[in-house]
Design a binder for this molecule. Structure first.
Ligand SMILES: [Zn+2]
Length: 184
């Protein structure tokens, strides 16, 4: 049973949902599983990026290096996903493999816990905070654009259920499920 990813910060939850939509579904799910099994080691983050050693299910270690564009370092974390470069010692050809994904999830969860992002966004609210409204607005914009991953994402449910803002996993799963359905 996978641990639920719980966020205090709506922007971080939204960022991970964006990342999930860009990663291949199988790589994201395996990465979530590696994170869940505490396979992220030697973790080191700076404002330029992060390094981690990630152990796969066969106890092989892979070195993961992720860098963000240095021009981004003055903007608040997390950086734009498009400015991020990531490499891993494994043979995967996916843009973000399971090891990179595990390190990313570890990093985002840690950012959320240590409150390194803007504290004003961190309050748990009832769905009327600027952070929450920004997340809903962003998802609505995606739906309007009818990108494959978000075409059928029902933002009205999100409005009806403000508790969803703290449950990135649910957002991610919904997005992934719709993307998978679309591919069939
Ligand atoms: Zn890898």
């Amino acid at each position: 049973m996978a641990r639920r990813l719980t966020f205090r910060n709506a922007r971080l939850a939204g960022w991970l949902a964006d990342y999930a939509a860009r990663a291949q579904q199988s790589a994201f799910e395996r990465g979530l599983m590696l994170y869940d099994k505490h396979r992220v080691w030697d973790y080191h983050a700076s404002d330029q990026g992060l390094h981690a050693s990630v152990e796969d299910v066969h106890s092989t270690f892979f070195q993961v290096n992720i860098h963000w564009n240095s021009k981004q370092s003055k903007t608040p974390l997390p950086p734009k996903i498009s400015t991020m470069t990531a490499d891993c010692g494994c043979t995967s050809t996916a843009p973000f493999c399971e090891h990179i994904t595990a390190a990313i999830i570890y990093w985002v969860i840690r950012l959320d816990k240590t409150n390194e992002v803007d504290k004003a966004e961190s309050a748990v609210d009832q769905g009327d905070s600027p952070a929450y409204r920004a997340l809903v607005a962003r998802l609505k914009k995606r739906v309007a654009k009818e990108t494959p991953s978000y075409k059928h994402f029902d933002t009205s449910k999100l409005i009806m259920r403000p508790d969803l803002q703290n449950n990135a996993e649910e957002i991610v799963k919904t997005v992934m499920a719709q993307a998978a359905k679309k591919r069939k």
